[in-house]
Design a protein around this ligand. Structure first.
Ligand SMILES: [Ca+2]
Ligand SMILES: [Ca+2]
Ligand SMILES: [Ca+2]
Length: 112
């Protein structure tokens, strides 16, 4: 997760971390909470504490609204490249789980 150290963290970092989790990586660079495992808790930390948003914020602007919903809807059921195309749980598909994740956080606003 080299980009972290350059301050350019974006959806590609999320996708990289999902790939690491899926592949069972033990690369310490992805173990953000330093518990020696690369897993969902590291993703929670990246999304919530580093990117300061929630699952569903497809464009990472700190708000989960209709524009984000439309991305998931337009790709629904399809294999997609990653978070920015509506895959919020890292299974490479924009599907029901992603829709429900977004729905549960719909209306989220980052308080700056
Ligand atoms: Ca960890
Ligand atoms: Ca957004
Ligand atoms: Ca998905």
């Amino acid at each position: 997760m080299r980009d972290l150290y350059y301050g350019r963290i974006d959806a590609r970092d999320i996708d990289r971390l999902f790939t690491a989790i899926r592949s069972g990586s033990d690369d310490p660079a992805f173990d953000l909470d330093q518990d020696s495992q690369v897993e969902r808790s590291d993703m929670d930390l990246l999304v919530r504490e580093i990117l300061r948003t929630e699952y569903g914020d497809v464009n990472l602007d700190g708000h989960i609204g209709l524009d984000n919903f439309r991305v998931v809807r337009s790709n629904f059921g399809e294999e997609v490249a990653g978070w920015g195309e509506g895959d919020l749980d890292g299974d490479s598909v924009a599907g029901l789980t992603d829709f429900l994740l977004l729905k549960s956080n719909f209306g989220f606003f980052r308080d700056d």
